[in-house]
Design a protein around this ligand. Structure first.
Ligand code: SAH
Length: 254
């Protein structure tokens, strides 16, 4: 049988945020490759081989998946959220780019999924209604100076900013530095939302302002949204306010 490789995402948490296409390809897989935390979310059949890794070496994982597919396996590579957003799909193509010529001829496909930013935005209302960008705060694969520069330019351009990977046990300080960059650049009344474990049973949402935000509340399961000058709150008598960004440009920065 000719091997195939499908790169798919499990969504940010909730089971019904996995697309039917991804579920179908998971069921068809002979081999499932992924980071332990994601693979453990799956119900795997006894006839499926699971290759769970506990390290962050995405390229090694991608090469392993490609070797299995080249050997004739039906391989599913799993990520959380969407597989193309700060996840395995890029590693798969990087491995193909630098790998044996035969890997280019393999039947490889990326299946779109629900990324954390979209799930968090939906919970909050419509904060991504106007132009936005996403920045990964981890400096494992890029220098911190580049991240600070991107943050400064993104707020200057008045984008709504989604911050992925804001903090981890190994990187507790950077989110504080990131907020210092933002506070130096724009007024303190910017809307800031912390969306943690969205779609999981311990989900929490916290809406505040740039001036009042405590960056220390972010952990590796948190996505932070920084509003643009046009991001507004709709307060309610109870519960988290709705957050939205009008699609209409409101003029000068507040
Ligand atoms: N491919 C994933 C992102 C991987 S980076 C995706 O598309 O969502 C991992 C980061 O995503 C986390 O540090 C966090 O910032 C964010 N994230 C993933 N799942 C999340 C969830 N359920 N709630 C909030 N943020 C989440």
């Amino acid at each position: 049988m000719t091997g195939t490789l499908r790169v798919l995402g499990l969504g940010p948490g909730q089971a019904d945020w996995i697309t039917p296409e991804a579920s179908r390809e998971l069921a068809a897989a002979s081999d499932i490759v992924g980071y332990q935390a994601y693979v453990s979310r799956l119900t795997v059949r006894s006839d499926q081989n699971v290759h769970a890794s506990d390290n962050g070496d995405e390229l090694a994982r991608a090469r392993h998946a490609l070797e299995l597919a080249a050997g004739g396996a039906q391989v599913a590579v799993v990520s959380g959220g969407d597989p193309g957003v700060f996840a395995m799909a890029a590693a798969v193509f990087e491995a193909i780019d630098h790998g044996p010529p035969g890997w280019r001829e393999l039947d490889v496909a990326v299946l779109p999924g629900v990324t954390a930013m979209l799930a968090a935005a939906a919970r909050l209302g419509a904060p991504l209604g106007a132009d936005f960008c996403a920045i990964n705060l981890s400096d494992n694969l890029k220098p911190w100076s580049v991240i600070e520069q991107r943050l400064a330019l993104a707020v200057q351009a008045d984008f709504i900013i989604a911050l992925y990977n804001p903090a981890s046990k190994a990187r507790p300080e950077q989110v504080h530095k990131a907020f210092a960059v933002l506070r130096a650049a724009v007024s303190g009344d910017r809307v800031v939302a912390f969306a943690a474990a969205v779609g999981r049973k311990d989900e929490s949402l916290h809406v505040t302002t740039l001036a009042n935000a405590d960056p220390g509340r972010a952990d590796m399961r948190t996505l932070i949204l920084i509003g643009s000058s046009g991001t507004r709150l709709v307060e309610r008598s109870s519960g988290t306010p709705f957050v939205y960004s009008s699609r209409r440009w409101s003029g000068a920065e507040r």
